[in-house]
Design a protein. Structure first.
Length: 108
């Protein structure tokens, strides 16, 4: 995994071609990169992100931000109630409780 300016790149090896290729995974826009060595791949990744940001600036468009910080979750009313109760018992809002639980799960 690579990270540059909040954008995250995922990399795969094409062993037949002897090339690493990757794509930025946390944006709706398509940003790709490739290289034949780790150093070349990292430079291509950073360059692709920078080129994308420059391209957006030249067109007067806002680049697609990696994440807004909003997370919509749909569940059943029963689960919603149980999560709400768990949050109240912990003395927290449902949002604060869920964020804490999600952080814990993401670190596992």
């Amino acid at each position: 995994m690579l990270e540059h300016k909040g954008y995250i790149g995922c990399v795969e090896l094409d062993d037949e071609a002897g090339v690493f290729h990757g794509e930025v995974i946390n944006t709706r826009d398509v940003i790709t990169f490739q290289g034949t060595s780790v150093e070349e791949l990292e430079a291509a990744f950073r360059g692709s992100v920078d080129d994308y940001l420059e391209f957006c600036a030249e067109r007067g468009e806002q680049p697609d931000k990696p994440f807004s910080g909003k997370f919509l979750l749909r569940t059943t009313p029963t689960i919603h109630r149980k999560l709400f109760v768990a949050a109240k018992l912990a003395g927290k809002s449902l949002n604060a409780w869920a964020e804490e639980e999600l952080k814990r799960a993401a670190q596992s």
